[in-house]
Design a protein. Structure first.
Ligand SMILES: C[C@H](O)[C@H](O)[C@@H](O)C(=O)CO
Ligand SMILES: [Mn+2]
Length: 415
């Protein structure tokens, strides 16, 4: 493959006072938590339950869906092999790997131990999520806020098991495991007593996270949402609910890019939220008209998100997770291109003359800000990206496409 001249590109950035080598080095140290559920359309490996529900929906029937943990791991290994750097896997509790059939409130570390062995072998960190959907005890789209104490208790026990598992992941792997709580709870039509539902949710989460764990092993996160299909009138765990909860209780706040009104700028929220919570979890996604979880593109939304992370010095306290799933295209290609897009966006932000831009803005020199930000768009970011990939032994361009297509051809017979 023809590679454009890196030295010339580095000089082009140097003219703007930017050190491309330093940007490449910094990018290599930013882990992205890739979500397991893109690989099998959120089905999971429970033998009786599973599948997406609770307002999340996958469409498409592209061949090659991973049907077992072994298939999912093979797909993940392929995908990580095409993504520069060392990353993490974000596992849902429904992806246990065992011949046993534990109920969700009986899950134990040993049901997931093979994932830890695999993560160790592959140099990956692990994150985790209790699975509060795709189960008969999700009654009328309610779990932790259900009026029936027995149902709430079942889900509280599920969350407790998951925290213990996550803490063990973190301990085994020597890196804190983010355990993210998202519940689908809400009402299709206008509820009478929103406060009661929110009080039930709050006290259920309190009970669920009461057991302290070492922050070096496990970090609790809570994920808000505007609405889901079937819960149009009220989502119990709204943004205001969880923002307040995270501030008061000291958890991480998860911002999913698909969980706000489509005209809202989620990147704009990072700096505000960072003033009130210690750490942030991101679910980088691409909503189209609703929380459709399209695979992320290298578009303005992602570039803005990356720029806020870099310019606000938020990378040290933000966990970058992905949340997209599309069964109309090859699943491994989605992982690889989506994750690389997040990295490309970060690289672009790292390649901006940050100090100079900030200083001209402080002088309220908006003309200069406009001129610079527009001219900077013409710099050869792609050449620096190619160099980053070459240094990490991963392909780009046509070679990458050929690899993605040939892997897809090898998994297509799964049906
Ligand atoms: C599968 C995930 O837990 C889920 O997508 C959640 O994070 C979400 O975003 C629900 O809309
Ligand atoms: Mn999410």
């Amino acid at each position: 493959m023809t590679r454009l001249n890196y030295d010339a590109a580095r000089d082009a950035f140097a003219e703007w006072g930017v050190d491309a080598d330093a940007a490449i080095k910094q990018l290599a140290d930013i882990p992205i938590s890739m979500h397991c559920w893109q690989g099998d359309d959120v089905v999971g490996f429970e033998q009786s339950e599973g599948g997406s529900a609770g307002g999340i929906q996958i469409t498409g029937n592209y061949p090659g869906r991973a049907r077992t943990a072994a298939e999912l791991r093979a797909d993940l290994e392929f995908a990580y092999g095409k993504i520069p750097g060392k990353h993490r896997l974000n596992l849902h509790a429904s992806y246990l790997d065992t011949d046993e059939t534990p109920a969700r409130d009986e899950l134990d570390y040993h049901h997931f131990a093979s994932w830890v062995d695999w993560a160790k072998d592959n140099g990956l960190g692990l994150d985790f999520n209790p699975t509060f959907f795709g189960h008969p005890k999700v009654d009328e789209n309610l779990t932790l806020s259900h009026p029936d104490k027995d149902i709430r208790n079942f889900w509280i026990r599920h969350g407790q098991c998951c925290r213990a598992i996550a803490a063990k992941f973190g301990e085994e792997l020597g890196s804190p495991c983010v355990n993210n709580i998202w519940v689908p709870d809400g009402y299709k039509d206008t509820p009478i007593d929103r406060l009661a539902a929110r009080e039930r949710l709050e006290s259920a989460i309190d009970e669920m996270i009461a057991q302290p764990y070492d922050a070096a092993h496990m970090l609790d996160a809570v994920e808000a949402k505007l609405f889901g299909i079937g819960v149009e009138a009220c989502t119990v765990g709204s943004h205001e609910f969880y923002m307040g909860y995270a501030i008061r209780k000291g958890t991480l706040l998860c911002l999913d890019m698909g969980h706000f009104h489509p005209t809202e700028n989620v990147a704009d929220k990072l700096s505000s939220v960072s003033q009130s919570v210690k750490e942030i979890l991101l679910h980088v996604s691409r909503p189209m008209r609703w929380d459709s979880d399209h695979v992320i593109l290298l578009n303005d939304d992602i570039l803005a998100m990356a720029q806020e992370l870099v310019f606000g010095n938020l990378l040290p306290r933000t966990h970058i997770g992905l949340d997209f799933f599309d069964a109309t295209i090859a699943r491994t290609s989605s992982w690889v291109i989506g994750t690389r897009n997040m990295q490309k966006a970060l690289l672009r932000a790292l390649l901006m003359p940050q100090a100079e831009l900030k200083s001209i803005e402080e002088k309220l020199d908006f003309t200069q800000r406009f001129l610079m930000t527009e001219e900077l768009k013409d710099l050869p970011y792609g050449v620096i990206w190619d160099e980053f990939c070459a240094r990490n032994n991963v392909p780009t361009g046509k070679a990458l496409i050929a690899d993605l297509n040939s892997y897809q051809a090898s998994v297509a017979p799964r049906g």
